[in-house]
Design a protein around this ligand. Structure first.
Ligand code: PEP
Length: 307
């Protein structure tokens, strides 16, 4: 297997092959994309032949949102601590703020901690907010920004979210940058435009994509039980990667993980994981169940195909 990996990685530069998506004509190249296997050129431990377009490690995040109590969270942490998780996956959970410290001090080091939000600048007289400095102080490594619930319920706009991302990155916090369209935007044929606009707002604000994971989360799929089909998700992921290639660089397009979120669970994760541009998941409801979350983390196995 090692020989196969070496020859495969030396064949490919680590950059994606020429784009197969042309937003200007609004054409999807799914058939083409699905007809070719691409290979991981990662310097990370070799998984063999991998159906993965980007060269980053598979990433699974659990967004616990505003759920849980001391008791239920202690149980969830215990389930996660005893779960068997594939090694070649970055695993992150985002507890509610008030339980961050509890989770940080009781959860296995194997799983990193994220916050679900952060303030736009240095802390101070901002009642009810949590600063990036406070988050890094307690060992938090990630922050989820641009989540649809913050965009559409709280009213955060693209520019505000971009500034938050820039500040978090400037202080060493890594960012799970959410994007995604509303149902009416999809039905009006504006999915790509919405996602590109949201990507541009991040891009305009941040100096680098090195510590950013993009989470494509169609709003109509979040918490609704209505998951995007693997083809629908793949199509948007390809388009976003292509946007990065054209507007940032081919290297960033290849390196940046684009994960899918929206009603992912233990039963649908395998089919989604098989899609080469899906580099992992952001999981809400199903991340509150330890064994099911472990199943989703371990769906990385479906990235591996016979050599
Ligand atoms: C989310 O909130 O990021 C999410 C994807 O939620 P769910 O999995 O419950 O749809």
């Amino acid at each position: 297997m090692a020989a196969v990996c070496t020859s495969v990685t030396s064949q490919f530069s680590g950059l994606r092959p020429p784009s197969k998506f042309d937003a200007s004509t609004n054409r999807s190249f799914l058939q083409l994309a699905n007809s070719q296997l691409r290979f991981s050129a990662s310097s990370k431990p070799c998984r063999g032949v991998v159906a993965m377009a980007g060269n980053g490690k598979f990433f699974v995040g659990g967004n616990w949102k505003c759920n849980g109590s001391k008791e239920s969270i202690t149980r969830l942490v215990s389930d996660l601590n005893s779960a068997t998780l594939e090694t070649d996956v970055d695993v992150v959970v985002a507890p509610p703020f008030v339980y961050l410290d509890l989770v940080k001090s009781s959860l296995t080091y194997r799983i990193e901690i994220s916050s679900q939000n952060s303030w736009i600048g240095k802390g101070g007289a901002f009642t009810g907010e949590i600063s990036v400095e406070q988050l890094t102080d307690i060992g938090c490594k990630w922050v989820i920004l641009g989540h649809s619930e913050r965009r559409h319920i709280i009213g955060e706009n693209d520019e505000f979210i971009g500034k938050k991302a820039a500040y978090a990155l400037s202080q060493g916090l890594r960012v799970i940058a959410c994007i995604g369209e509303l149902l009416e935007e999809r039905e009006a044929g504006n999915t790509f435009d919405v996602c590109f606009k949201q990507l541009k707002a991040y891009s305009d604000a941040i100096p680098s994509w090195d510590a950013v994971v993009i989470a494509y989360e169609p709003v109509w799929a979040i918490g609704t039980g209505k998951v995007a089909t693997p083809e629908q998700a793949q199509e948007v992921h390809v388009a976003c990667r292509d946007w990065l290639k054209k507007n940032v660089s081919a290297e960033v397009a290849s390196k940046t993980r684009i994960i899918y979120g929206g009603s992912v669970n233990g039963s649908n994760c395998a089919e989604l994981a098989k899609k080469e541009d899906i580099d992992g998941f952001l999981v809400g409801g199903a991340s509150l169940k330890g064994p099911e979350f472990a199943t989703i983390v371990n769906s990385v196995r479906f990235k591996k195909v016979a050599a």
